[in-house]
Design a protein around this ligand. Structure first.
Ligand code: GLN
Ligand code: ZN
Length: 759
């Protein structure tokens, strides 16, 4: 029996986000390219060393990136869209970051959600480019690890099926050809790694867990047959994650040396498949037993029992004990969190602690004894003392959730009638313009908040600063000529954290960052108890702003599902129940805003899609309770209170029905980066509520011209009737500079005026 400890990948941002800082310094031209490369190398080596010190046997190489791993692969294969040719004599790094972030001359590639996570990748655009290897960064990293640290790593590469699945620019007919053209390139990368001494190559195929048609399975079989023939000496392990492997019998028999399965998120189905089909005895099986998506310590006894069952059912000799997916979805180490309540701290495991769990389990399975006495009892005690803690037993909230009735999910009057009443009472022009909520969080805003957190300034001083900044931006918005204003969200670092800080049941970390896209990191709150609303959270700021203007100021809240999906959530009760608790809490905040005279209230749900299960057959169940918890928060308002919502980062093409089900009076959507695909889909599925399609990309510093915005408006107006039409940017503006923001919004308002003048 050969048992080896493994993880599928490790966080690259660093324990103190040093990776992010390095990237941003380079973008701001504060460091030259050689210094940048040198600093990245240090970060790369440190993270390898950390994993080695934790006792991990298989250390992954190629899970490090300079922005995004899908983009790395696209560039490596020369899948670079032609539009980047306009950059004169661009170095490869310049082109790389132009694709990621856009420049003044050229827009960025589309960015979208990585499966059902809160990470976003850059979508490869296949334009029939000539495919060849422009570099082999995985090989470079492999040799660096070998030469500098003596580590023979396990290179990882996103697999051809998943890569094609995530890319765009081909159709049904050209898909197979695109696929087959990639195989020699994969073979070349893999051969070079084998020649350099790699024992194992991990090929990540998370798309093998989606629903697959027979035709696709045949294609996969053909592709892997060709690959196996091209690199006969390579030991390839196909790694799946986020769900169970589909078409288990066929895909587990692909001609490779090993298969990795997720026994956390796909546990029941993978078990069933093992029972039904067994497992090819000559292959290595990697058991994804430690949850790579949550922060909870494992119950070691339960893990051993699952591993034993898998071992028995599969009958294999070679096992890897592994994480369920790459660990970049969890923070680096809980050691940097010394201010959490003990009952919570003890029940946590971040990436480093998860590696320790894997190492312990591997030892135990191999030798039958634990490396340290009492660790199993300790793991169980930690879980139990949190389970029985009073923070998890708020009777009042539990009773409210039990008492929810169907009528709590519906507004009293249908949209068509509300629309008429709201039009009268709100007095807005045609094509109203608005923004999504936040305005630039300048250095000053960030510095002042930090000083307040460190108690260097008083609560009153901080409040006075926020008030002043809000007033300044109310004036700027009036000058620009926007129709529905916002207060700017200067009191918030983050749209989820802010609410969590005011509700019960949440805990906050100091350093528990995870990457969301590019260098942007988020610090998800931890929902570890029952959620309760105890006081108004947003009323003061919005009301103060409203006093300064005769235009409407939107109340600005984060919706229950986004709070849920962007937090680390307790796993002792169903997510649906946590969602309802959150829905009730937001309902009370909506009421507080209404009571204070606010007529337009936006409840953002950018993460609604994120919670979608990977398998279509499980969508309805999730969407039912997710949409219901939004409606729980929004259905109790007066007929003429206008409910807005906002969504971004997601593909809407197949998502129009759930969006409609929210029954929000107005929705603003991010669209400029999916280049009009939504418009095509609105042609087929007309939408009858208020809607604003984002008219420019806020992820890029580029200022859109009036004519560019006008042409987007024109396209949108072909599918959306005038009386439903709103004009807004793609998303909140907090990451942009003031000058860019003013210039862009001014152009947006100009474009609206031109439209109104057209009649
Ligand atoms: N209201 C939030 C903001 O403007 C929305 C952010 C988001 O959708 N991601 O920042
Ligand atoms: Zn957004």
């Amino acid at each position: 029996m050969n048992i080896i400890s493994n993880v599928i990948g490790y966080p690259y941002i660093g324990a103190t986000r040093e990776w992010k800082q390095t990237l941003e310094k380079f973008w701001k031209k504060e460091i030259e390219e050689d210094v940048f490369e040198e600093q990245l190398k240090t970060i790369r080596l440190n993270r390898l060393k950390r994993q080695q010190d934790l006792g991990l046997q298989l250390i992954t190489i190629g899970d490090f990136t300079k922005y995004d791993r899908v983009l790395d692969l696209a560039v490596m294969f020369n899948i670079i869209p032609k539009r980047y040719d306009v950059l004169p004599n661009a170095s490869s790094l310049t082109t790389y970051y132009a694709m990621a972030r856009g420049t003044d001359e050229v827009i960025a590639c589309e960015m979208t959600k990585w499966f059902n996570t809160n990470y976003h990748y850059i979508v490869p655009e296949y334009e029939n480019q000539e495919l060849f290897l422009t570099n082999n960064y995985i090989l470079q990293q492999f040799e660096e690890a070998k030469n500098e640290l003596g580590i023979i790593g396990k290179p990882t590469i996103i697999g051809p099926y998943t890569f094609v699945d995530l890319a765009k620019g081909y159709d049904e007919k050209s898909r197979a050809a695109f696929f087959l053209k990639l195989i020699p390139l994969y073979a070349q990368v893999i051969q070079q790694l084998v020649d350099a001494g790699a024992d194992w190559i991990q090929i990540e195929e998370p798309s093998f867990t989606k629903n697959l048609e027979e035709e696709e399975i045949l294609l996969i079989e053909e592709v892997y047959k060709q690959l196996a023939e091209a690199v006969p000496q390579a030991n390839i392990l196909i790694q799946t994650y986020f769900e169970a492997l589909t078409s288990f019998e066929r895909l587990s028999n692909l001609p490779v040396a090993g298969i990795g399965l997720d026994f956390v998120h796909g546990k029941t189905e993978n078990m069933k498949s093992l029972l039904q089909h067994g497992f090819p005895k000559d292959k290595t099986l990697s058991i994804g037993i430690i949850n790579g998506r949550d922060i909870w310590a494992v119950n070691l006894a339960e893990a051993v029992s699952t591993i034993s069952t898998v071992k028995q059912l599969s009958g294999v000799n070679d096992l890897w004990i592994s994480s369920s997916c790459g660990l970049q979805h969890v923070p680096v180490t809980k050691k940097s969190e010394q201010n959490l309540p003990d009952e919570l701290y003890d029940a946590l495991a971040f990436a480093d602690e998860k590696i320790r769990e894997i190492v312990h389990l591997t030892n135990y399975i191999q030798h039958g004894t634990w490396a340290k006495d009492g660790i199993v009892a300790e793991s169980i005690k930690a879980i139990e003392s949190l389970a029985t803690h009073p923070i998890r037993k708020n009777e009042e909230v539990n009773n409210l959730v039990k008492g929810i009735k169907d009528t709590d999910f519906t507004r009293t009057v249908p949209f068509k009638e509300r629309q008429v009443l709201q039009k009268k009472s709100l007095n807005l022009p045609d094509y109203p313009t608005t923004t999504i909520g936040s305005f630039p969080q300048s250095q000053l805003v960030k510095k002042t908040r930090a000083a307040w957190r460190k108690k260097e300034i008083t609560n009153d001083q901080y409040a006075a600063f926020v008030k002043e900044e809000t007033a300044r931006w109310i004036q700027i918005q009036e000058e620009i000529g926007l129709d529905v204003l916002v207060h700017g969200e200067f009191e918030r670092t983050d749209m989820v954290e802010y609410f969590g800080e005011h509700l019960t049941g949440f805990a906050f970390t100091k350093n528990a960052w995870v990457v969301s896209y590019g260098s942007r990191c988020v610090k998800p709150p931890i929902i570890y108890g029952d959620v309760d609303w105890t006081h108004p959270m947003t009323v003061k700021e919005v009301v103060e702003a409203q006093k300064l203007t005769s235009k409407h100021v939107k109340g600005m809240l984060t919706g229950p599902i986004t709070i849920l999906n962007w937090s680390f959530v307790r796993d002792d009760i169903p997510r649906k129940e946590v969602a309802y608790q959150l829905g009730l809490a937001i309902q009370q905040e909506v009421k507080a805003l209404e009571d204070a005279g606010i007529k337009i209230i936006q409840i953002d749900e950018p993460a609604l899609r994120e919670g979608l299960p990977l398998r279509k057959e499980n969508w309805d169940d999730y969407l039912q309770w997710a949409v219901d918890s939004f409606k729980l928060a929004t259905s109790k308002v007066a007929v003429d209170t206008q409910i807005h919502t906002h969504m971004c980062y997601c593909e809407f093409n197949d998502f129009i029905a759930p969006i409609r089900a929210l029954d929000a009076d107005v929705i603003s959507l991010e669209t400029s980066r999916s280049h009009g695909e939504l418009i095509d889909s609105l042609k087929v599925h007309p939408y009858e509520l208020g809607i604003g399609l984002g008219v420019y990309d806020i992820h890029s510093p580029r200022v859109p011209s009036i004519s560019e915005i006008s042409s987007i408006l024109e396209e949108s107006l072909a599918v959306i009737p005038k009386d439903q039409f709103w004009i807004n940017p793609d998303c909140g503006l907090k990451t942009r500079h003031e000058s860019e923001t003013i210039a862009s919004l001014t152009n947006m308002v100009e474009a609206a005026k031109l439209l109104r003048a057209q009649v």
